[in-house]
Design a protein around this ligand. Structure first.
Ligand code: TYD
Length: 152
């Protein structure tokens, strides 16, 4: 996976002021039968997984996301194919490319995200710290930005 701009440069804002977004290297067990990649709470991620979902059959040019979360944490993995996640904490915006099943993007609370540039056949996996609650979402960017700037 290529991390487009993920390492904070001195003086530059980190994306995610409560818990910064970062790429996470997952443990891949490779042998002649293939590879097995593990994500374990307390090791690669600092939250308990209460929900998992995956995105697939994304039509060419479709964009997903366009929301933020108040509390939840998640790890996003392109288990097949690739896509980009644009993260925004109300101050700064960065693009991460997910294109390897053994690397994931951790996204913490109060981060707006857009998922773009899905290659055909991509399957994206989300491991999430909370069960589904539509009220926990920000769907309006202006509201998100105002709140993000007031809490961090
Ligand atoms: P949506 O939030 O639009 O997907 P994306 O992550 O790409 O922004 O969710 C699409 C639909 O799926 C929407 O009707 C809500 C529903 N949904 C659930 O019922 N449970 C879930 O855990 C998720 C993530 C979505």
């Amino acid at each position: 996976m290529t991390e487009v701009v993920s390492t904070p440069v001195d003086g530059e804002p980190v994306v995610g002021r409560i818990s910064p977004c970062r790429m996470v290297e997952l443990t891949e067990h490779r042998d002649p039968r293939g590879s097995l990649t593990v994500v374990e709470s307390g090791k690669e991620i600092d939250f308990v997984v209460r929900r998992a979902y995956y995105i697939h059959h994304v039509p060419q040019g479709a964009e997903r996301g366009a929301h933020g979360h108040r509390r939840l944490r998640q790890l996003i993995v392109a288990v097949h194919g690739s896509f980009e996640v644009v993260v925004d904490d109300g101050y700064a915006r960065r693009t991460f490319v997910l294109d390897h099943p053994s690397r994931g993007l951790y996204v913490g609370p109060m981060v707006w995200r857009d998922m773009v540039n899905f290659t055909p056949g991509t399957v994206g996996l989300w491991l999430v710290s909370e069960t589904y609650d539509a009220a926990e979402y920000y769907r309006d960017y202006a509201e998100f930005r105002r709140d993000a700037r007031s809490v961090a």
